[in-house]
Design a protein around this ligand. Structure first.
Ligand code: ADP
Ligand code: MG
Length: 679
């Protein structure tokens, strides 16, 4: 593996039109990887006598009649004849001079979909141009590129052709690896995808199963694997304190009112091993809602304190951070450890006091929101940062954390389970632990789908349940367009339920409330002083009131799968059988129907995540736009699982055996852009 790969340097000499920046194309070499969306087959002509309605074909004939009608509605019809039969071309938008270009006698080549009309076969708005009688047919398929306004297909095609002619198309894979993987060559694949021969089966091109596509998808996955591995390697070069648990960790374990599940014990072993090593842990702890991630994070924090380093718990919302704070106090106060609280809404003086204590090291453990990331917050010796619901934090915020002196160990937690293949692809720079078991004694939540027409009955039934001692959530619909409207709905729902159920104690919780008020309402609900809690989706994340066993979700059809699963996870936390009622309004879109079916059928977060991925694509699931992990344009980790496995192994090997090739490959796919690498 000695060959030095220098990817596409000569092509970089001629610049691209400035407008190409809008297509995300910075250098000529980028064009090589800018593949067509589809192809048009202009390699042969269909005789007009053989036309079949519904088919897309290319035809050629001489104009025998032209009718231009300027008004009431502009229309141009041109009749062609090729000696076998006739065909009408119909234009509803006409440019000045068009009729003149299509005068009787002109030879025209046109392609489009044939349809039957009263007057015989026609094409509406075909692609067309005038040709000479001896104009040859192309011998390759015509690529159709993704373009933007003001950038024509022919402009892109011209520049692609130029780059293909000048770029050396160096293969970044070393020869032995290439042979072993039995993949097509880079140059052949790129040339083929930009102008496939006429006999290429278009189906293989469209579904991207052609060997040339497989090579490109492999390369893309390889680039991603290399980038993520590289960032992992770089992390290993940074030092971090070795955190080995001691008496505090032991006492915390002993004092828990429950025993860890087998899954919790397993991930705790994995985390302990990371914490004890001298470089920063970046571990993602995944576990379905209610699987008990918090206590594992608390143990890790205890280990940090045992080693003499501080620990910080971060959550994306104040409500959730608050709950962590309470939980931590419940666990740590009996052990004589104070837990600090830091949030944006806090009074200045109070916050200053906490910040001072963190700087001096007087305070060892703190919970809070992203206020913890702020510049003015400095730690004496931060050993561990716990980041709950990690996908809600941006990469910038995590970077800010790293700059807080040293490189603390990071434990990220997520209740949005990511299927294995996706994790392997997008999280290759993280280590992943999974809690795949719920604590014992939970009874699964029963889910009911009820049409909104029966809302009145549901209200009456909820009243009966509350009178019988059940605590319930009533979740107001998500109104994406307007937070104000959502607020209004919540207030109105609260008022109307109070009228309908005068003997129930009903609270209200929404995002616009003062944090202290939110906390007070949550405390009332947790303490059993409220029967029913009307809430917006602010309760989606992390709320933990084990006694609540009933949830009504209005307009469930508007919510995403992950959100519904998270919401439903707020009940079924105690031993009582829980029920989740999804109220929905007809008519349902196909997507909404599919989502409700999934959530009704399954309680399994991993199954739901897989379905979510299928229905929605990976972007949102990963929150990748903000995580900074490069998204895939061509490969699909689920469908191309075999390639992903190959790419993962190849990346490992290339970084060891031929780093020059690895760098050339990274440069080809990412250029100077540093879109990859999580902190
Ligand atoms: P999540 O993984 O959704 O963050 P939590 O950490 O909030 O879940 O845990 C949910 C509830 O289960 C909490 O009340 C927690 O104290 C409790 N819990 C955690 N682990 C166990 C266990 N092993 N046995 C019993 N209850 C547990
Ligand atoms: Mg949680």
């Amino acid at each position: 593996m000695s060959r030095t790969a220098r990817a596409s340097s000569s092509a970089a000499e001629v610049a691209l039109p400035a407008s190409f920046a809008r297509l995300g194309l910075a250098t000529p070499a980028d064009l090589l990887l800018y593949f067509p969306l589809r192809y048009e087959d202009d390699t042969h002509l269909t005789p007009l006598a053989d036309l079949v309605p519904g088919q897309s074909v290319q035809v050629q004939g001489r104009v025998i009649a032209v009718h231009a009608r300027p008004r009431p509605r502009q229309q141009l019809t041109v009749t062609l004849d090729d000696g076998t039969a006739g065909l009408t071309l119909r234009f509803l938008h006409v440019w000045p001079g068009q009729a003149g270009r299509m005068a009787v006698g002109t030879l025209i080549r046109a392609s489009g979909e044939v349809r039957a009309s009263l007057a015989g076969f026609e094409m509406v708005h075909p692609r067309w141009r005038t040709v000479t009688a001896d104009e040859p047919l192309p011998d390759s398929l015509t690529p159709v590129y993704p373009v933007a306004a003001g950038i024509s297909q022919s402009l892109v095609r011209r520049h692609v052709a130029r780059v293909l002619a000048t770029d050396p198309l160096v293969d970044t894979l070393p020869e032995d690896l290439l042979a072993e993987l039995a993949l097509a060559g880079f140059a052949d694949s790129v040339r083929f995808l930009h102008c496939p021969s006429a006999d290429a089966r278009n189906a293989e091109l469209t579904d991207r199963s052609h060997p040339a596509w497989r090579r490109i998808k492999f390369d893309e996955l390889l680039a991603q694997q290399l980038a993520l591995r590289q960032s992992r390697q770089q992390r290993r070069l940074r030092g971090a304190p070795a955190l080995v648990g001691g008496t505090l960790t032991q006492r915390l374990l002993e004092q828990l009112p429950f025993a860890l599940t087998v899954a919790q014990q397993r991930v705790w072993v994995e985390i302990q091993r990371d914490l004890a090593s001298p470089y920063p842990m970046h571990r993602l702890l995944q576990g379905d809602v209610g699987s008990g991630k918090t206590v594992i994070a608390a143990l890790a924090a205890a280990a940090s304190l045992d080693a003499g380093y501080q620990a910080a718990f971060m959550a994306p919302t104040e409500l959730l951070a608050e709950q962590h704070w309470r939980k931590l106090q419940e666990w740590f106060a009996p052990l004589g450890v104070a837990v600090g609280w830091l949030a944006g809404s806090q009074a200045r003086r109070e916050r200053q006091a906490v910040m001072d204590a963190l700087r001096t090291g007087e305070l060892m453990l703190v919970a809070g929101t992203h206020a913890l990331f702020q510049n003015e917050v400095a730690f004496a010796d931060l050993g561990l940062a716990v980041i709950d619901e990690q996908h809600r934090f941006g990469v910038a915020q995590r970077l800010a954390l790293r700059n807080k002196g040293g490189s603390p160990h990071q434990l990220m937690m997520s209740a949005t389970p990511i299927p294995r293949t996706l994790a392997m692809s997008y999280h290759a720079d993280l280590d992943v632990s999974v809690i795949d078991e719920l604590p014992p004694g939970r009874s699964p939540v029963k889910t009911r789908l009820i049409g909104d027409a029966r809302r009145g009955q549901v209200v009456t039934w909820v009243g009966e349940q509350c009178r019988a001692g059940v605590q319930a959530y009533w979740v107001c619909p998500l109104i994406e367009e307007s937070e104000t409207l959502q607020l209004k709905t919540a207030i109105e729902t609260h008022a109307s339920l109070q009228v309908a159920l005068p003997d129930c104690r009903i609270g209200l919780l929404h995002g616009r409330m003062r944090p202290a008020d939110k906390v007070a309402v949550m405390a009332d609900f947790a303490g059993g002083r409220l029967d029913l809690l009307v809430a917006t989706t602010v309760i989606e994340v992390g709320v933990d009131v084990p006694n609540a066993s009933l949830m009504i979700i209005e307009h469930a059809e508007r919510m995403g799968l992950a959100q519904l699963h998270q919401l439903r996870g707020r009940v079924g936390r105690g031993s009582v059988a829980s029920i989740c009622v999804l109220l929905f309004c007809e008519p349902l879109s196909e997507l909404a129907r599919a989502r409700l079916k999934v959530i009704w059928e399954s309680n399994d977060g991993f199954h739901i995540a897989r379905e979510d991925l299928r229905l929605r694509g990976p972007g949102e699931l990963l929150g990748s736009r903000q995580s900074g992990v490069p998204l895939l344009r061509f490969a699909d980790p689920e469908q191309d699982m075999d390639l992903l496995a190959l790419a993962s192994r190849a990346a490992e090997r290339m970084l060891q055996a031929c780093p020059t090739n690895a760098l050339a490959h990274l440069a080809r796919w990412y250029g100077e852009r540093q879109t990859y690498g999580q902190t």
